[in-house]
Design a protein around this ligand. Structure first.
Ligand code: ADP
Length: 348
């Protein structure tokens, strides 16, 4: 018996110490924390959340989220458990928070808010800078390219000189491509109008595959297509959607050893069309999966570094898909292969 009493006392002490640690964290963390009870009423709001949302916790406790945060649609969705459990929340004073909503085992709900205003501003400034560089570089690169093409016309060259000129022309062509892709990306992001017509994604896939036929053949690779028939229409810009499929297939070819298979599937999934592009290539390290869609990101992996690329293809794919109301994700095992999955909402 004394042992049991001792054990119970220890449990009580540990629970109390855990509670006081939790309370300390709750009061002092710079992340906003909002807790709701199992009926969905506001239970606790920590000082950081109160500061971010400019509310007085005592005036909110026991109320419905809707009666307090009616002018915060994204936050309301998180508090009421609607839609995605990760959302960007616009805070008063032009600030932005990354919000996460989690239902607890006892049916209560926690919403965490992290202020990401500075990071967002940095991202925007970086994107504007890259777009400006892309724009400003186009003319000087064209000039280098043009003059390099004139050199052989002005007299005979030694074989070394010919080699150097060829290298200048090839490199300036790559730079031209990179600069115009950056400018194109900036245009799409700034809301450049896109076509919006009913699109049969299976036809887009067939076109993209035939465009890359030569590249695949060079590496003795086959691209297997399997699409649901009939595949429902999506609304969008067929040329831009083809660009997405081409980018994904080009990567699958580029980042696989010769003779490895590639498979592309498209099928209806709920209110979406889902398309997957799978390869058995070099794969992507788990810690890089979040970064591959970032502008100009290329893996430091040796197998990637020995290939050529600008790190824009996946950014472009994501931007185009977002403009269509869709999304893109990747799952990959390093050394085994990758599968890129994108979705587009059904037309209508
Ligand atoms: P690029 O291919 O020009 O480098 P992307 O934006 O298309 O640019 O891809 C970004 C990076 O993501 C690549 O550099 C590579 O590290 C990784 N990646 C993309 N697709 C694949 C793939 N299918 N397999 C392995 N890694 C990939």
């Amino acid at each position: 018996m004394p042992d049991g009493t001792c054990y119970n006392q220890r449990m009580v002490t540990e629970t109390l110490s855990w509670q006081s640690q939790y309370n300390l964290l709750f009061r002092t963390t710079s992340d906003g924390v909002i807790a709701l009870d199992h009926t969905g009423l506001l239970l606790r709001i920590n000082p950081a959340a109160a500061g971010m949302l400019r509310c007085v916790p005592e005036e909110c406790i026991g109320k419905t989220p809707k009666s307090v945060f009616h002018d915060q649609p994204a936050l309301l969705d998180l508090l009421e458990g609607r839609g995605e459990n990760v959302r960007k929340v616009i805070l008063p004073g032009k600030r932005v928070a990354h919000g996460i909503s989690e239902i607890q085992p006892d049916d209560t709900r926690m919403v965490l808010l992290r202020d990401i205003t500075e990071r967002e501003e940095l991202d925007t400034r970086r994107d504007q800078l890259i777009a400006a560089i892309g724009h400003d570089l186009r003319n000087p690169i064209s000039a280098i390219h043009g003059f390099a093409e004139l050199i052989p016309l002005s007299g005979s060259l030694t074989s070394d000189q010919e080699r150097f000129v060829t290298r200048i022309i090839q490199t300036s062509q790559k730079m031209q491509y990179l600069a115009s892709t950056l400018v194109d990306l900036a245009w799409i992001e700034s809301g450049m109008p896109m076509e919006s017509v009913p699109v049969e994604l299976d036809k887009v896939i067939t076109l993209a595959v035939s465009e890359l036929d030569k590249d695949a053949q060079q590496k003795r690779m086959s691209i297997a297509i399997s699409t649901q028939h009939p595949l429902p229409f999506v609304m969008g810009d067929p040329a831009r959607l083809k660009q997405v499929v081409v980018n994904l297939l080009q990567n699958a070819i580029q980042y696989s050893e010769p003779e490895q298979p590639i498979a592309i599937h498209a099928f209806e999934y709920g209110q979406q069309v889902r398309c997957t592009v799978g390869d058995r290539g070099i794969g992507i390290h788990a810690n890089e999966l979040d970064q591959v869609f970032d502008r100009l990101y290329r893996s430091p992996d040796e197998a990637v570094r020995k290939t050529q690329g600008g790190g824009i293809g996946l950014t472009m794919a994501r931007v185009i898909l977002r403009r269509h109301g869709g999304s893109i994700a990747v799952s990959s095992v390093y050394g085994e292969g990758s599968t890129f999955i994108f979705t587009l909402p059904l037309a209508g």
